[in-house]
Design a protein around this ligand. Structure first.
Ligand SMILES: [Zn+2]
Ligand SMILES: [Zn+2]
Length: 130
């Protein structure tokens, strides 16, 4: 049971320091998606500037104004279900990383975009000169 919507609680959308500021409109959209796809875990939602910086978020991140959430997702079936339902519910900005989906309703940024996050991969050790 949630204290925000049927399944979501305020605590899931707080910054790690307890700061709050998530858009309720976004939570309502997530509830509709949740009704369609089942339980989901919110990795990150509202962030204060300090903790946004700490996790490497962009200085203009939509997380700072409570208009974005990262939903844990690390398999292709769930990814398809989540993305198709987010779009169905009107989400027009989506970011994909191997282990989460960033869902964003900031209307002051580009609409109808899906981007991918580059994940860090250590460079192959240089081959020794032969
Ligand atoms: Zn914080
Ligand atoms: Zn995000």
């Amino acid at each position: 049971m949630g204290d925000l919507t049927k399944n979501f609680s305020r605590s899931e959308f707080k910054c790690r320091c307890g700061a709050e500021g998530i858009s309720f409109a976004l939570v309502e959209i997530l509830q509709k998606v949740r009704d369609a796809v089942g339980p989901m875990r919110i990795n990150s939602a509202f962030r204060c500037p300090y903790h946004n910086n700490e996790v490497g978020g962009s200085p203009k991140s939509s997380h700072l104004i409570g208009l974005a959430v990262d939903i844990h997702c690390d398999n292709s079936l769930k990814r398809y279900k989540l993305i198709s339902n987010l779009i169905k519910q009107g989400i027009r900005r989506i970011g994909i990383r191997s282990d989460f989906i960033h869902c964003d309703m900031d209307e002051n940024k580009s609409q109808d975009v899906i981007w991918v996050y580059e994940t860090y991969s250590p460079k192959q050790p240089k081959e020794k000169q032969k």
